[in-house]
Ligand binder design. Structure first.
Ligand code: G6P
Length: 617
C-alpha cells in the first residue's frame, strides 16, 4: 500500500504531485507529504488526507520543477506527522518516499544508531535513506551506487524514489515487490519530463507512454534522460508500453462517490469483460489467454484458487462453477494462509490467482510458492501490466476499467464473468456439459449486463428506503445458499468495510449451528433467496428467522409470492441461470451498503484503516 508520485520536467511539480496523490489515495490515506527543491530540499508532511496537507500549504510559495509525494497506509509507526513520508537523511540532503516493508530494518537501524545516526520517526523507510546516506559517505561513491549497494542488503519489498538537494535534475527510483510506473512525457525543446507513480492514474493525464519498472531494477532520470539498470549494475532496455486508459475512467463523472459510479458502471464493465469473448449466435466463447494452454488446464487434476478479500469471494463462486460444469476438483484458499501452510501442490495442478489490483502481496507470494512446486499459474486480474499477470504463466484480464473506490464492486462482477467463461470453456473442452447447455449459458451470459441495468434502475429507491430503516443497526446477518453463499459473504464484507456495522455472511443452513443465537427483533437478516435449486430450503431458513422475530430483507426473483409474504422487505431481481445469479444478486447488496454508509456519514471511497491495494503481507 501507500501511493508514491514523483515528477521531473518543465512543469510546476507541486500541483501535479498533489493531484497525483489524490488519485492514489485509494492506496492509503493516513498521512501525506511532499518534497520539493524549493530553495533547498524541503519536506512538507502531515497526518491525514492529501487535502489536509494541501490546505496547510496553501499560503506557501511552492515552486520548482522536481519533487516527490507520498500518501501513506501506516505499517511501521502510528499515523502522525513525523512518521509521514518523505523522510530525510541525517544531513537533510536526501529525501525518500517508500511503498513496501523493509523487513530487516531493525538490524540495520541498530547498526546505524551505533554509528551515530539519530532517527526521528519509527519507520523502516527512514532507516533505508540513512543507510543509503551512510554508504555514500563511507564509500565516497555516487548516490546511484550507494542506492545499489544498499538495496543488495535490503530484505523486503520496496518501491522508492529519492531526491537529492545537490542534484536538481535527478530522480533515482527502484522497485522490488511494490509497483512503480514511469511515464515518459512530451519533450518541450531540449527538456523532457518524467512521471513516477505507484500506478498509471496520476500519469495518464499527461502521457500514455509508460515503462513498468521490474523487480530489482534501478531507474535514474538525470538531465532529461532515463536509464535503467538492474541491481548488479547491468543496463537494461526499457520496454515502453502505450496505455489505453482514458482520463474520464478515473474521474467521478458526476457521481457523488467513486463507489456509486463503479456500481452503476457494471452493465458496461461486465459487458467489457465479455466483449470479443462471447458470441452466442456463432456459438463462440474464447479467452485468448487460455486458448494456448487449454489442453493443460482442462486436464488439471485439481484447480487451486487463491485470492484475498472480494477476490477470494469471486474465487468461491468459481469453485461452484468449475465443479458443476467442468467437474474439476477445486480448492479455494486465502492467499495469506496458503503461502504459510506448506500446502500440497503437485505438478499439473493449476493455480488460478484472482486479484483486482494485481499487486496484493499475499496473492503474489502464493503464486511464487505454487510456481516453485510446479503448478501452472493462471492470473485473473484487472490492472494491466501489474505484478500478478507478470508473475503468471497465462491469464485473462477482467477489463473492468480502473476501480478507485476502496470497496470493490465492479471488479467482483468482472472477475465472476471471466471465471464463468473459463468454467464453460473448460467444461466444453472436457465434454462435461451438453452442447445445449453450452449455448444456453452463452445466451445467459450475454443477457447479464441488461439484467444488472434493470436491478440498478428498479431497486435503487427501494434499497435506499431499506437503508434508512436499518442504518442504525449494530449488526447484520447475510444468508445465502449455493451460488448465493459467496454473495452473502460479499454483501457482509461490503457493509462492514464502508459503514463499520458488524456483519456476518453465512451459508443459510449453517445459521442453526450458531448465528441463530443472535437473532432477536433488532437483528436485520438479509437473505439472498432467488429461485434456484435450494429455494425450498432457504424458505425454511427464512421461517426460522421469522419465528425468532428477526427482521427479514430478502433478495428474490421477480414475481416471487411466498417470500414476499414472509419478509419485511423484498428486492426483486430478474430471473437468470442460477450459476450466473451472483452477478445480479450482488448488486442490491452493493447498493445497500453504499446507501447505509452515506446515511451514516461515512467516508465511502476511503473507509478508515483500509487500503485498496495491499502490497504488504
Ligand atoms: C483489499 C481491498 C479489497 C480487495 C482485497 C484484495 O483488502 O480493500 O477490496 O478485495 O484487498 O485485493 P486484490 O487487488 O488482490 O483483488
Amino acid at each position: 500500500m501507500c501511493g508514491i508520485v514523483a515528477y521531473t520536467g518543465y512543469r510546476e511539480a507541486y500541483p501535479l504531485i498533489i493531484k497525483g496523490l489524490k488519485r492514489l489515495e485509494y492506496r492509503g490515506y493516513d498521512s501525506a507529504g511532499i518534497a520539493l527543491l524549493n530553495g533547498g530540499l524541503r519536506i512538507y508532511k502531515k497526518k491525514g488526507k492529501v487535502s489536509e496537507l494541501e490546505e496547510s500549504l496553501k499560503n506557501l510559495p511552492l515552486s520548482g520543477n522536481i519533487g516527490l509525494g507520498h500518501t501513506r497506509w501506516a505499517t511501521h509507526g502510528e499515523p502522525n506527522d513525523v512518521n509521514a513520508h518523505p523522510h530525510y537523511s541525517s544531513d537533510r540532503k536526501l529525501a525518500i518516499i517508500h511503498n513496501g516493508i523493509i523487513e530487516n530494518y531493525d538490524a540495520l537501524k541498530k547498526e546505524l544508531v551505533n554509528r551515530g545516526h539519530v532517527f526521528l520517526s519509527e519507520t523502516d523507510s527512514e532507516v533505508l535513506i540513512h543507510f543509503i546516506e551512510d554508504i555514500q559517505v563511507n564509500s565516497q561513491c555516487s548516490l546511484e551506487e550507494a542506492v545499489r549497494l544498499a538495496l543488495h542488503r535490503i530484505v523486503g519489498a520496496y518501491a522508492i524514489v529519492i531526491l537529492a538537494q545537490d542534484a536538481s535534475n535527478q530522480l533515482i527510483a527502484a522497485r522490488k515487490g511494490s509497483p512503480l510506473v514511469i511515464g515518459i512525457g512530451k519533450a518541450n525543446g531540449p527538456a523532457s519530463e518524467y512521471f513516477l507513480a505507484s500506478d498509471a492514474t496520476p500519469i495518464i493525464e499527461y502521457t500514455n507512454e509508460v515503462v513498468y519498472l521490474k523487480d530489482h531494477e534501478i531507474a535514474v532520470i538525470r538531465d532529461h534522460q532515463l536509464s535503467i539498470k538492474n541491481i548488479d549494475d547491468v543496463p537494461t532496455t526499457p520496454y515502453v508500453q502505450t496505455l489505453a486508459m482514458e482520463l474520464e475512467s478515473i474521474e467521478k463523472g458526476g457521481y457523488e462517490h467513486f463507489m456509486l459510479k463503479e456500481i452503476f458502471e457494471q452493465p458496461r464493465s461486465v459487458y467489457d469483460s465479455m466483449r470479443g469473448r462471447v458470441n452466442s449466435k456463432q456459438g463462440y466463447l474464447l479467452l485468448g489467454g487460455l486458448r494456448e494452454h487449454l489442453g493443460r488446464v482442462a486436464k488439471a487434476p485439481r484447480i487451486i484458487i487463491v485470492g484475498c478479500g472480494t477476490s477470494w469471494h469471486a474465487g468461491l463462486v468459481a469453485e461452484y462453477l468449475f465443479e458443476e460444469f467442468a467437474r474439476i476438483p477445486v480448492e479455494v484458499e486465502y492467499a495469506s494462509e496458503f503461502r504459510y501452510r506448506n500446502p500440497v501442490v503437485n505438478e499439473g495442478d493449476v493455480v488460478v490467482a484472482i486479484s483486482q489490483s494485481g499487486e496484493t502481496a499475499d496473492t503474489l507470494a502464493a503464486i511464487e510458492l505454487a510456481k516453485a512446486k510446479g503448478a501452472f499459474i493462471f492470473g485473473v486480474c484487472n490492472v494491466v501490466g501489474s505484478s500478478i499477470p507478470r508473475a503468471s504463466h497465462a491469464g485473462a484480464y477482467t477489463h473492468a476499467g480502473p476501480e478507485i473506490g476502496v470497496a470493490s464492486t465492479k471488479a467482483f462482477t468482472a472477475q465472476v464473468s471471466v471465471l464463468a467463461m473459463m468454467a464453460i470453456i473448460l467444461a466444453n473442452e472436457r465434454g462435461t456439459i451438453s452442447k445445449g447447455l453450452f449455448y444456453q449459458l452463452l445466451v445467459e451470459l450475454e443477457a447479464i449486463p441488461d439484467k444488472i441495468d434493470q436491478v440498478l434502475q428498479r431497486s435503487t429507491r427501494k434499497v435506499q428506503h431499506i437503508a434508512n430503516t436499518f442504518k442504525d443497526a449494530s449488526n447484520f446477518l447475510y444468508l445465502g445458499r449455493g451460488y448465493n453463499f459467496p454473495v452473502a459473504l460479499e454483501g457482509a464484507l461490503k457493509l462492514k468495510e464502508i459503514s463499520y456495522i458488524h456483519a456476518e455472511g453465512y451459508p443459510a443452513a449453517e445459521m442453526k449451528h450458531g448465528p441463530i443465537a443472535l437473532i432477536d427483533e433488532a437483528m436485520p437478516v438479509v437473505f439472498i433467496a432467488t429461485r434456484d435449486s435450494s429455494y425450498e430450503k432457504i424458505v425454511s431458513n427464512i421461517q426460522e428467522v421469522r419465528a425468532r422475530k428477526g427482521r427479514v430483507i430478502a433478495v428474490v426473483t421477480e414475481g416471487e409470492q411466498l417470500i414476499s409474504q414472509m419478509a419485511e422487505f423484498v428486492i426483486e431481481i430478474p430471473v437468470a441461470h442460477e450459476a450466473l445469479m451472483p452477478l445480479i444478486s450482488v448488486i442490491p447488496l452493493q447498493l445497500l451498503s453504499y446507501s447505509i454508509a452515506v446515511m451514516r456519514g461515512c467516508h465511502v471511497d476511503q473507509p478508515r484503516n483500509l487500503a485498496k491495494s495491499v502490497t504488504v503481507e
